[in-house]
Structures are given as C-alpha cells and as structure tokens.
Design a protein around this ligand. Sequence first.
Ligand code: MV4
Length: 457
Amino acid sequence: MFKKILVANRGEIALRVIIACREMGIKTVAVYSEADEHALHVRFADEDVCIGPARSSDSYLNIPAIISAAEVTGADAIHPGYGFLSENPHFAEVCEACHIRFIGPSPHVIKLLGDKARARRAMKKAGVPMLPGSEGPVDSEEKALKLANEIGYPVIIKAVAGGGGRGMRIVRAPEEMGALLRTAQREAESAFGLGDCYVEKYLENPRHIEFQVLGDHHGNLVHLGERECSIQRRHQKLIEESPSPALTDKVRKKMGAIVVDAAKAVQYTNAGTFEFLMDKDGKFYFMEVNTRLQVEHPVTELVTGIDLVKEQIRIAAGERLGYKQSDIAFKGHAMECRINAEHPEKFTPSPGVIRTFNLSSGPGVRVDTAAHADCTIPPYYDSMIGKVIVFARDRAEAIARMRRTLEMSVIEGIHTTMPLHLRILADPDFQAGRIGTGFMDRLLAEPAKPRGVAAAG
Ligand code: MV4
C-alpha cells in the first residue's frame, strides 16, 4: 500500500480524498494556490506545498509544480480528484514516468475514451447500444447532409474532443446544416484545439443515466448501479440520485452487464462512469465515459456501502477487488444536491466571505464540503461549495429528508443554489420521477411560487 498520497485538487474533493487516506493510515500532501493558503484541505493534510498563483493554469493545472511537490515530499501516488488534471492522459503519463502512481485508469484508456469518436467506435464494437450516427468525424457539409438524410432530423453535432455539452449544435432541418457545422467546428477548434465534429441522431428530453464501474488490475470488474442525473442546467448537474426512478431491477441487471462487458473490452481499470441517454421508451444509448471519480459518487457509496475513494486507492496499489458482482447489493435511496455559490435564479457566481455556515445534519444526512463560517470563496474556481447527500429507505423519504435538511440549513454572506433546490424538490413532476434533461428549462420558464404561501384555488 502507498505510504503517502499527494492530492492534486482543492475544495470538498481534496478533503474527501484526505478523509479516505487518514482512515487508511496513509499520509497526505496537499497542494494549494496562493488563494487557498487557509483552505481546509491544507489544514488537514500532513504536509502542504504551495504550487503557484491563484489562477488554475498557474497552480492546479501546473504539472511541473505538482510533480515537483510529489518528488520533494516523497509521495508515492497522486489522486487527481475531478476536474483539473483528472482526465489528462499526458499528466497520467508524466506521473508514471516519474514513478509516481496515478490513481485512475491507464493513460491509454484515458486517451481512447477522451476522444468521443474513438470511444463511440470502441463501445459500439463492444456491443453497447448506440444512436445512429457517423462512424468518425464528418469533414464536409455534404457528408453531414447525406448522413442526416439517412438517420432523419433532428441530428446533433458534437465535438470529438468535447464532452460535458460544450460545442454542441442541434440541426432540425437541412438548410441549417452548413452554418451550424461550421460554427461547431470553429468553436471546437478554439475550445479544444481540435475542430473535428461528429453527427448523431438527436433525442428530445432524454434522461441522463450513468453507470459506475470499478475494475482492478487482475481482470475483475463490477458495476455499482446507476445514477440518475437528469436535473441539470447548462450541463451543470444540480441533483443526482440512485437508484433512477426509471429503472427496474431487470433493466439495471441488463445494462450493468453490458457496461461490465464494454469496460472489460477496453481493459478499464480503477473507477469510471458510463453515461447514457434514455429515451421515453426506456431504450439506452451510449453517450460518453468519464475516466475519473465524479462529483456525485457519494450517492453510489450510500446505496452500495462501498467507499469509492478507498477502492480507487486499493486498486491503484494493485490490490484485488474483494468481491464479485453477486456480492453487491443495492439498498435504499440516495439523493445529492450540489450547493453552489451562485445566485439561485440568475446563476451568476457569488464569491465572497461566508458569514454563517450551518448545513443541517440528522439521520441519513451526509455533508461533503470544505467550506465553513468566515471562509472566503475565491472567484477563480468552480462555484460548488458543498454537497448535501441524504440516504433513506425510499425516494419519497429521501425527498422529504432533503427538503427538511435544506430548510434547516443557513448560509449567509453569499448567494447559494439552496432556494432553487427547494423549488425543484417541491415540484410535482420531480416528486413523481417524471424528469428529463429538459426539466430545468420548464421549471425556470414558470414564475417561482412565493414560499410558504398556499396557492389560491
Ligand atoms: C445528446 C442529447 C440528445 N441527443 N445527444 C449534453 C451533454 C453532452 N455530453 C451530450 N449531451 C446531450 N447529448 C443526442 N444524440 C442531449 C444532450 C443533452 C443533455 C444530456 C445530458 C444531460 C443534460 C443535457 C441537456 C441538454 C442536452
């Protein structure tokens, strides 16, 4: 087992990794930017190294500074968390070249699945259900039109290097194709340095459902069920839950087996997430694979009882998964609300000093955060300041528990998304599990009901 792990991240996820290490008896090294000198991940690590100025590109993305920090402290592994360098195959390669274990999949797999067109081909070959679309990048308007004509409108143009929804264009009629393909290519070129785009059939208001996998270096690979992530706005998830209200045990078993076979086909190791779109008939279509630990991993931990971060560390150290698929049982219902330092309606960032910070606790409540009273939320990074995760016997109890917890929570000094979460949780469609990726557009199009006032009529 590793003796010392460097945590190449900040905020709640850096703290989450430190928690796992402390419980495993592994020493930790925090790295931090000049804006994070007083952050909790620095306070609770055994050692800490400043890696540069506040801007991410100068600090949390600064590969030479992070590798140097690992070398001077004698860390034998690096956990990248999510975001920043977590899906950078070059970083994973540099770690291995410096004899520091990267806690994540192999650089080869990160690279393969990071190219969305290559990932699509690999997954199709492995038997994963796909939407009809192009085999690789489409380089001309003619080819795009021919394909769209075959599969039918609407179609969607996506960047090969994309993911997370950036640089996508929906084409509803042939006369829009030329202009939209060119803008998508131009946008992809400037965002990712690669203009290649592919085309596939567009689904209206699908559900976003993802499967968690864990694979060791001895050929053992299991799935840990799904997470429903349809409650999103501008490709930022707001609420995630497990199980999905749309899945039966039978479908979970069938999709889980498909995902396990596909992950084995690319020799996937460590933690990963296979994302799907589900249409109104319950059919699944592959979207992409995330080769990192995800923000919403706690909901899976709560319904399976498996600590994903400890598992990542054990797997990276060469240990075997200690269980088979048939040993994994799903129990109860978990739900997570992401608390962002944002204006709840305008979605503009709200950095500043938190004056009061009191996230309620109670039976079945978990809070993952690195924020506290009198801490400063810097403007340089992601606006997520914490996650409230509840665990209950069933979905109705999970919703009631989440509403109770947020109602009894107080954050003052900055704006947060808590009021928006309460609005979502009070919505009859949400409560009935009638959700899709268009849910937030619908909710935000209607005026907010005044809180605590019964509607007339
Ligand atoms: C789609 C789609 C409909 N049809 N692909 C958004 C994130 C990016 N990874 C892919 N996305 C979508 N791809 C086809 N063929 C709809 C979306 C989409 C979406 C997906 C998941 C969660 C929220 C979303 C919001 C808008 C669009």
